[in-house]
Design a protein around this ligand. Structure first.
Ligand code: ZN
Length: 181
């Protein structure tokens, strides 16, 4: 067997998703962006998520650790908790989670525990991204459950939310310093 052709083997080849799936992914990431914007309006870091089954919205989640005094209240965790309550099931088989930022270690852990089938993320997170940037959890074959991961999708739009948010924060801090002189 010619091992040099390993990447031509169907199981090793990553095919681009079909066009209709790309359109669907963008549609749901845009919905997650609305959640992220709602988080920003409440002074939270703008990250949003939606959980979808058979192209139907099951739940939404937005980043809210400050408002809830809860370090685990990331957008993904909030969307997962709401979906599990709605579906009355602790396993979310057959669902796709859309989130505007690549999940952290905690959230990919929750995604795997929930048995979510597919994850689509918006922007990469070079500082704490756990599915591509820093770690490759969920696709490295080390765990029982693996999931399909797609991303980045609408990366520019999703990253711009965070850039604007932190840019404005810096501006406010600068202004406050100038006023105190
Ligand atoms: Zn997280």
């Amino acid at each position: 067997m010619d091992s040099g052709n390993a990447e031509l083997h169907p199981e090793n080849r990553s095919l681009p998703p079909p066009d209709d799936m790309v359109g669907c992914d963008e549609k749901w990431i845009k919905k997650a962006i609305l959640e992220a914007m709602a988080a920003a309006a409440q002074g939270e870091v703008p990250i949003g998520a939606v959980l979808v089954k058979d192209d139907e919205l099951i739940s939404t989640g937005r980043n809210s650790p400050i408002a809830l005094n809860d370090p685990t209240a990331h957008a993904e965790i909030n969307a997962i908790r709401a979906a599990a309550a709605t579906l009355k099931n602790y396993r979310l088989v057959g669902t796709t989670l859309y989130v505007t930022l690549e999940p952290c270690v905690m959230c990919i852990g929750a995604i795997l525990h929930a048995r979510i089938d597919r994850l689509v993320y918006g922007a990469r997170d070079p500082k704490s991204g756990a599915v591509s940037s820093i770690y490759n959890i969920g696709q490295d074959g080390l765990l029982n459950h693996t999931l399909e991961i797609e991303g980045p999708v609408l990366e520019h739009e999703c990253a711009a939310l965070l850039k604007d948010f932190f840019g404005k924060k810096r501006q406010i801090r600068k202004q406050a310093r100038a006023d105190s002189i």
